[in-house]
Design a protein around this ligand. Structure first.
Ligand code: SF4
Length: 355
């Protein structure tokens, strides 16, 4: 990055992105239109937590469901954690939902239901990391905070052709974002950058022909836009195995509530062979009987490994179980059980197979 020329280039980029946002801002349920009143911090916080690792398209309906059911942070704080987890089902990365409840309680009980305004104070909230604190401070409170999400990271790496591979290159990208973030309207500016990253400066086939900062873009000048940001070499993802148990009697399916700690903690799921403990499951069924095993019916990708799932099926007129965590759930109403995606995929496979 040519540091000497940064101020002039930065000013131009900042102005072009700001002007583009006025007419092209995406209309999203948690946003205020460009230049208008700052949005409700509860909405900004909720949407930013939901948007971590998740697309805008997937988040919209969840955001609307949550704010309809729990219109204020105090309502969310009083909600049963199991209900919050069930409402979150399908969004993935479930630790976020547990932190959501914790953070809502903290704000309600310790801070009289009022969100802190400063980035440094927001950072102390449960489940709020550097990105989320900066985004809430800028968008909900107008503080000049430097916001860098994955879309902005790509946009900025290209604008300045930052060729230090990630994650090392993050510091340079943040410094460049700092240089182009205006003193006023940092929230609108961050959202403008997010929009350009999501809709124009896309990972594949960026639409440089309609980009408002094409003339300032160093990657465009090199012709290798997709070469930025420079990714670290790919690591091989290990494949692990699990077995789920389908236990059915008279139109009802046996579900269990998972232990509060660990992967998918506190969620309802099919009983399984404890694959989540960090090793391959033991594949031993929870009750004796004649089981029918279907191999590799679901493949699911987690951040650090892929999981291949077998489904073992046991159907009987009368089944005796003795765990308090077990629930017989009507199969006709299984969509309401709030199963995590991985288990919902297995249920879908089984119901389809029966047709
Ligand atoms: Fe991205 Fe192309 Fe715009 Fe550069 S010109 S910022 S690569 S869309």
């Amino acid at each position: 990055m040519a540091v000497d020329s940064l101020p002039a280039k930065a000013r131009k980029i900042s102005a072009n992105i700001g002007a583009h946002y006025v007419d092209n801002a995406r209309k999203l349920p948690w946003r205020s239109p460009p230049g208008s009143n700052l949005p409700d911090p509860y909405h900004v916080w909720l949407s930013e937590v939901m948007l971590q690792q998740t697309t805008v398209g997937a988040v919209k309906s969840y955001f609307e469901k949550f704010t309809r059911r729990w219109p204020r942070v105090q309502d969310l704080a009083r909600a049963d954690e199991a209900d919050v987890m069930a409402a979150w089902a399908g969004l993935g990365y479930y630790a976020r939902a547990r932190n959501l409840s914790k953070c809502a309680m903290h704000i309600t009980d310790e801070l009289n239901g009022i969100f802190p305004r400063k980035e440094s104070e927001l950072l102390k909230l449960p489940g709020v990391g550097a990105y989320t604190a900066a985004a809430i401070a800028a968008i909900a409170f107008g503080e000049r905070a430097v916001v860098v999400d994955a879309n902005i990271e790509r946009l900025v790496a290209r604008l300045f052709a930052i060729d230090t591979p990630l994650p090392k290159g993050k510091a340079e990208i943040r410094a460049a974002m700092d240089a182009i973030t205006p003193r006023h309207g940092a929230g609108d500016f961050a959202q403008a950058c997010m929009d350009i990253g999501a809709t124009i400066c896309t990972a594949k086939y960026p639409k440089c022909n309609i980009c408002p900062v094409r003339k300032q873009c160093a990657a465009f000048a090199t012709g290798d836009m997709e070469g930025f940001p420079v990714k670290p070499p790919k690591k091989h993802k290990p494949v692990r195995r699990a077995r789920f148990f389908w236990i059915e009697q008279q139109g009802q399916l046996l579900l269990t509530t998972r232990p509060p700690k660990g992967m998918l903690g506190g969620m309802r799921s099919l009983p399984d062979d404890e694959w989540a403990a960090g090793i391959d499951g033991h594949a031993t069924p929870p009750i004796a009987g004649e089981w029918q095993v279907h191999g590799n019916i679901v493949q699911h990708s987690f951040t650090h490994f892929s999981l291949e799932v077998d489904l073992a099926v046991y159907q009987h007129e009368k089944i005796v179980t003795n765990s308090d965590d077990n629930i017989w759930w009507p199969l006709d109403d299984i969509a309401q059980a709030g199963l995590p995606t991985l288990y919902a995929k297995a249920v879908k496979w089984k119901l389809k197979e029966e047709k």
